[in-house]
Ligand binder design. Structure first.
Ligand code: HEM
Length: 447
């Protein structure tokens, strides 16, 4: 017994969702309300557009749901994003402590190093040439470098080889992969490309793992993300195998690279369109002194509010999908069968006027005035599968945005607003936020 919804065929509903999710979801809500029966190429089920119902989905016992099978082919069968039920619970128990705020503190200096290096390279060149830069190009390179620095950076690593391997696999990743399956590896071009870059990535990663294991055996353990993953233990005391570590690394890279890079670009976009917010943020960051430590940046309340408001207005991930392993009752009346789909539309909840007044306006202050619950403010999803890298991403975003606004004078190259369009699994600004770099500012102008 599913709620009412559009009768159009599955391919058409999928197409509308993929190409213009906001229009599709606004239309669903206007016609059917907060919970809608939908059909997609993945199957039939419900679209959840309400915070209260989302809370029910996130609170359900983890064994209730599984995830789409594409994840296994993309990330590997041991990936935290691909496993479900007891295996997922066991893996999150091992991984959660490694990505908690306290552990992430240990990665902040490496993040700041990578961010500064990238900004110096990209913005100095742009300031000299006067050329317009696509901010997403800069933030993509920066987020990739943050991963290299935090994951591998504590031991000598061939950065060019790392960059080539990581860039290869992120570029090989395409929404078209969802059309074929791993069985089509031999003839479907997007899968052929993906498997080629995946093999190159694997050679690099297994080399890095072997090097680390040899160092650890010689008493030389390092404390970057790779070191932490190799040192982590399941409850029975056993470590992850090389293949398990590899699957988590490819997951962290693919889940944590484009997402953070896009969020950084949106943050800057909103600040440049709202000069009073930019001025307030600059004043708060400048007050920390000439070269603030990264940890101090993660504690600036207004910066946190700016990041939250950006993720609210332009959520990078539009929805999270769960597949029922067993029948599931939603809202006390809708019966989903085994195999039914539950899609929680984060985008719709984050822009719900009943929770966020004037939802399309950029107002960071709302996060200073009120604390929203986990099912109201949910850009990182929720429940047992909530984004593993949320604390990592929040710290990375805070440092990157603070370094840019305190160190550089930028202006938007286009007066027309940006539009959000789909890029792979995420949504991002259509033109990539084109900016002019007018030079350094503050203490950095004197260095
Ligand atoms: C602004 C940046 C980011 C956003 C908006 C974001 C958002 C999300 C969302 C919505 C989910 C799905 C949650 C669910 O199913 O309920 C997710 C899962 C995940 N994210 Fe992120 N993410 C970001 C950055 C990162 C980073 C930097 C990393 C890694 C360092 C990361 C690693 C992961 C992993 C491993 C999962 C799968 C968790 C699981 O299935 O148990 N994410 N993320």
């Amino acid at each position: 017994m599913l709620p009412p919804g559009p009768r159009s065929p599955a391919f058409w509903q999928t197409y509308r969702f993929v190409t213009a999710p906001e229009v599709f979801v606004d239309d669903l809500r206007a016609r059917y309300g907060d919970v809608v029966g939908v059909k997609s190429l993945v199957g039939r089920g419900v679209a959840v557009l309400d915070a209260g119902l989302a809370r029910e989905v996130f609170a359900a016992p983890p064994e209730t749901f599984t995830v789409v099978s594409l994840f296994e082919a993309l990330f590997g069968p041991h990936s935290v994003i691909a496993v479900s039920g007891a295996a997922h619970k066991k893996l999150r128990k091992l991984l959660n402590p490694q990505f908690h705020g306290a552990q992430v503190k240990g990665f902040l200096a490496a993040m700041q190093r990578a961010i500064r290096r990238n900004l110096d390279d990209a913005f100095d060149a742009a300031a000299k040439s006067g050329e317009v830069v696509r901010l997403t190009d800069v933030t993509q390179a920066m987020a990739l470098d943050v991963i290299i620095e935090t994951v591998f950076g504590a031991a000598p690593v061939d950065r060019d080889a790392a960059r080539a391997a990581l860039r290869g696999i992120t570029h090989g990743f395409s929404p078209m992969l969802a059309v074929g399956t791993a069985l089509h590896e031999r003839w479907f071009p997007p899968w052929r490309r993906f498997t080629r870059v995946r093999d190159a990535f694997d050679r690099f990663v297994y080399g890095a793992i072997a090097d680390r294991r040899a160092r650890a055996a010689a008493g030389d353990a390092r404390d970057d993300v790779l070191g932490v993953l190799l040192g982590a233990r399941y409850e029975d005391g056993s470590p992850m195998t090389d293949v398990e570590v590899r699957d988590q690394l490819v997951t962290l890279l693919l889940a944590g690279h484009e997402t953070s890079a896009t969020a950084m670009a949106w943050c800057l976009y909103f600040l440049l369109r709202h000069p009073s917010a930019l001025a307030r943020l600059r004043a708060d960051v400048d007050a920390l002194g000439e070269s603030p430590a990264p940890e101090a940046l993660t504690k600036v309340r207004y910066l946190d509010a700016v990041v939250s408001e950006t993720l609210r207005i332009e959520p990078i991930v539009t929805d999270v999908v769960r597949i029922c392993r067993e029948p599931f009752t939603l809202g006390g009346r809708w019966e989903l069968p085994k195999g039914g789909i539950v899609a929680v539309f984060l985008m719709s909840i984050l822009r719900d006027a009943r929770i966020f007044a004037d939802p399309h306006a950029f107002k960071p202050e709302r996060f200073l005035e009120k604390k929203f619950s986990a099912s109201e403010f949910l850009p990182f999803g929720g429940g047992a599968r909530r984004c593993l890298g949320a604390a990592f991403a929040e710290a990375e975003l805070a440092i990157a945005v603070a370094e840019i606004v305190s160190g550089w004078e930028l202006s938007l190259a286009d007066s027309a607003p940006e539009r959000s369009v789909r890029r792979n699994l995420t949504m991002g600004p259509k033109r990539g936020v084109r900016v002019r770099v007018n030079g350094r500012r503050g203490a950095r102008a004197r260095t």
